[in-house]
Structures are given as structure tokens and as C-alpha cells.
Design a protein around this ligand. Structure first.
Ligand SMILES: Cc1cc2nc3c(=O)[nH]c(=O)nc-3n(C[C@H](O)[C@H](O)[C@H](O)COP(=O)(O)OP(=O)(O)OC[C@H]3O[C@@H](n4cnc5c(N)ncnc54)[C@H](O)[C@@H]3O)c2cc1C
Length: 398
């Protein structure tokens, strides 16, 4: 398909930007990806790829590469932070695959990013430019003009037939499209680390499962990544002061102090990791309009979401496939295609944002409300816990 004489420009080479670039380039669109960083390194942490996202990546031909690096846990085991007792579970593995026709994978972000980059570099009509920060956007004579600052602070302007702002929660394209709202701090900080599986306490070395520990004002998630050689750990705490921007190093002792009353296996696991990075968690309700003319937003730039449903990256991947689908149906009318893309995505993004906020409240309940939550988890059982999310995991691009 042809969208115009100029290439499509994607701002941001994160999960969403790269998936969008691949989806467009595979349909014949010339794409230029602009990434502000010069080194394309992803922070050492994992990501869960639920079937709604894994099926899009598989359709892009990435299934075999992903299957080599990802892990497909059999289940989530839900435990109480304080007592360590098992509350219930969520069926993953074969159950997810059979119910939704695609795997529920967990993978190291660096592995996912490398697979996306390899695929991007193999396409002759996809150009990846690093050290380019998108700063401004204007439209002239039916053409979009993207203002760029280079790594050494030089300026450049790139004409584009389409602009996709996939530049994350702190997007520069979002305000350039007229939405001046700042992301909202939701009162949580996520501490993330990855450790060698062999260094983990014995209880965490072999089981092919995701662990979810629920406690008042805090929860922990861990799962194997890198073909099972490493363990990714995320601890989410309530109430810390917000840190601006992306990640900052966290004080290990501060984290261990917060979990000093946790059950021994969990304390032992957290103590294994020498280094942590901390993210303050922001979201921002999807705006009433996020496209203008030939420019639009995608992923966290459009609808940043709290990580309590593990869906921010998945939404960005879904966005990419719907965007490519709508443009392929109307290549001669980019603004109309963008309006349809947005209309298809907004209600789903809002539902996921609300679901994530509601999980945030449920995860961190204190006694006695936690008892009601635990009773629901037990009553639903591992397969009932999945069935509640048919609307989420059963999503398909067409
Ligand atoms: C603790 C935690 C756990 C999570 N777990 C999961 C999970 O299990 N599953 C899941 O699906 N999601 C998860 N998420 C959410 C997921 O990480 C994000 O939603 C996802 O990374 C968003 O992808 P994106 O491509 O939209 O943005 P990003 O990944 O933020 O990428 C944006 C890119 O744009 C670049 N950029 C920024 N500004 C500019 C600019 N001006 N010009 C050019 N380039 C620019 C950045 O350098 C970056 O490379 C989690 C998030 C957190 C914080």
C-alpha cells in the first residue's frame, strides 16, 4: 500500500513503535523509525505477553524466534505476602493456548526487543534512525512535517505521509497533537530486577510458574525469563513519592525493610537481588481525540496503563495491528483511517485502564477486605479466574 510520496514516520522504537513499523512495512509502506536513544537497550526486566498480544506477533512471523526465548508458565500461584499461604491460582500454559488459540508467554524485554529489531532490520523498506528526538509536528499542504533534535542537538525536519507517536508515557507527540495533559501519578512504585535462576532460593528454582504475592499496600510478581535461565521479579509498593521520567536505581535495603514482615520464602527471594530499578507508575485516561490529520498516537503515548493487568505492551501491540489494518483498507485517506483506528481502540484501551486500576485496589487490600477478595479467587478457581478475562485474552485483530 502507498500512503503518499513520503515515508511513514514512527516516533519511538519501543514495543509499540517497532510492532507498528513492522506491521506497516510488511504491507509495503516505507517506514522511518526515529528513536531518541542511541543505544537500543531495554531495561533488565520481563514482560508478560498474553494471547491477545502473542497472536499478533506470531502473525508477523515472530513465533519461532519468540518461542526460543520465551517461557510458557503452567500457572500463576497466588499467595499471601505475610503468611505465605496459597490463596489460589490462574491457569496458564495449555489452558490458555486451548482456550484462546495462542500462548501466554513471559519473556525478557531485551529478548523481545532484539527479536523486534532483527525483524525490523531485515525489511528493506524500514529505516531505523537512533539518536533522533521528535520535538514538534506541523502539517503543511497535506503533508506532515516532523521536527527532530539529533543526539548532538542539531535540528532536522522530516516530511511524512503518516506520523505515529509511539514515544511512550512521556510522549512529545501527544502535546504536539494538542493534548497538554501530564500523566497522572497513581501512588505506586514498581521495583524491578532480574536474577540468575540458579541464584534463587530453592523454592523458586524449578517450578514453571508465575508467582503472585498479595499483601496490604504491596504485591510481588515473579516469573522465569530467558528460556528459564533467569527470574524476573517486580515488587509494587504503595505510597512512595513520585519520581519523574523513566527508571531510577532503588535502595535494596529500603525494599527489604518494606517487606520485613513478609513470609520467609518471599523475603529470601527479594534479598537475592543486589540491584533494583524503580518506576513510578503513571496513567492518563485515553483522551477524547488522539489523531489529527496525518498524525496519531499508539501504545503508552495514547493510553498509558497501570501494570496490574500486565497489558500496556499488549495494548500497544494490538494498536499496531489495528492501525495497519485500517490504513490498508483506506490508504488514500489517511485521516479517515486514523479516525477509524482510534474509534476501534479507545473503548478497549479505556476498559483495560479501568481493569488495571480496579486490580490495583484489589491486589493491595488489607484485612478484612482481603478475605472477601481471597474468597472470590478460591470460588472462581484457576480456570474461572481466566474466564473473567475472555474479553481481554480472546481479542483478535480482524
Ligand atoms: C512494572 C511494569 C510492568 C509491566 N508489565 C507489563 C506486562 O507484563 N505486559 C505488558 O503488556 N505490559 C507491561 N507493562 C507496560 C509496558 O511496559 C508498556 O505499556 C509498554 O512498554 C509501552 O510500549 P510503548 O512502545 O508504547 O512505549 P515505550 O516502551 O515506553 O517506548 C517508547 C520509546 O520511545 C522513545 N522515545 C521517547 N520519547 C521520544 C521522542 N521524543 N522521540 C523519539 N523517541 C522517543 C523511548 O526511548 C522508547 O524507546 C509494564 C509496565 C511496568 C512499569
Amino acid at each position: 500500500m502507498m500512503l503518499g510520496t513520503e515515508p511513514a514516520v514512527v516516533a519511538g522504537a519501543g514495543i509499540g513503535g517497532l510492532t507498528a513499523a513492522l506491521s506497516l512495512a510488511r504491507r509495503g509502506v516505507a517506514v522511518t523509525v526515529l528513536e531518541r536513544r542511541t543505544a537500543l537497550e531495554e531495561a533488565g526486566a520481563g514482560i508478560q505477553l498474553s494471547p491477545n498480544a502473542s497472536r499478533v506477533l506470531i502473525d508477523l512471523g515472530l513465533g519461532p524466534a519468540l518461542a526460543r526465548q520465551a517461557v510458557e508458565p503452567d500457572r500463576v500461584v497466588i499467595r499471601a505476602v505475610g503468611s505465605g499461604r496459597t490463596i489460589g491460582g490462574i491457569a496458564l500454559g495449555r489452558h490458555m493456548r486451548e482456550r484462546y488459540g495462542a500462548p501466554y508467554w513471559v519473556i525478557h524485554r531485551a529478548d523481545l526487543h532484539t527479536i523486534l529489531l532483527d525483524a525490523a532490520r531485515s525489511l528493506p523498506n524500514l529505516r531505523l534512525l537512533v539518536g533522533r528526538r521528535v520535538e514538534s509536528l506541523r502539517e503543511e499542504n497535506g503533508q506532515a512535517l516532523v521536527g527532530i533534535a539529533t543526539a548532538s542537538n542539531g535540528q532536522d525536519v522530516l516530511p511524512a505521509s503518516l506520523v505515529v507517536g509511539a514515544d511512550g508515557v512521556w510522549s512529545a507527540v501527544r502535546p504536539a497533537l494538542g493534548d497538554g495533559r501530564a500523566p497522572q501519578y497513581r501512588g505506586y512504585a514498581a521495583w524491578r530486577t532480574t536474577i540468575a535462576r540458579a541464584a534463587a532460593p530453592a523454592a523458586f528454582r524449578d517450578a514453571n510458574e508465575t508467582g503472585l504475592w498479595l499483601g496490604p499496600e504491596a504485591h510481588v510478581v515473579h516469573y522465569p525469563v530467558s528460556g528459564g535461565r533467569k527470574l524476573n521479579i517486580v515488587a509494587v509498593l504503595r505510597g512512595d513519592k513520585p519520581l519523574d521520567g523513566w527508571a531510577s536505581p532503588g535502595e535494596r535495603d529500603q525494599l527489604l525493610h518494606r517487606f520485613r514482615k513478609a513470609a520467609e520464602p518471599l523475603r529470601g527471594l527479594l534479598a537475592t537481588a543486589p540491584e533494583w530499578l524503580v518506576w513510578s507508575l503513571y496513567d492518563l485516561p485515553a483522551s477524547r481525540r488522539w489523531s489529527r490529520g496525518r498524525a496519531t498516537l499508539l501504545g503508552d503515548a495514547a493510553h498509558p496503563v497501570l501494570p496490574f493487568l500486565a497489558q500496556g505492551g499488549a495494548l500497544a501491540i494490538e494498536d499496531a495491528s489495528v492501525l495497519a489494518r485500517e490504513l490498508a483498507a483506506r490508504p488514500g485517506d489517511v485521516p479517515a483511517a486514523l479516525a477509524l483506528y482510534e474509534a476501534a481502540r479507545r473503548p478497549r484501551a479505556q476498559r483495560v485502564q479501568e481493569g488495571a486500576r480496579s486490580n490495583a485496589r484489589a491486589y493491595h487490600l488489607a484485612w478484612p477486605l482481603s478475605m472477601a477478595r481471597d474468597a472470590v479467587i478460591r470460588r472462581l478457581g484457576p480456570e474461572g479466574m481466566v474466564a473473567r478475562y475472555d474479553w481481554l485474552y480472546g481479542w483478535r485483530p480482524e
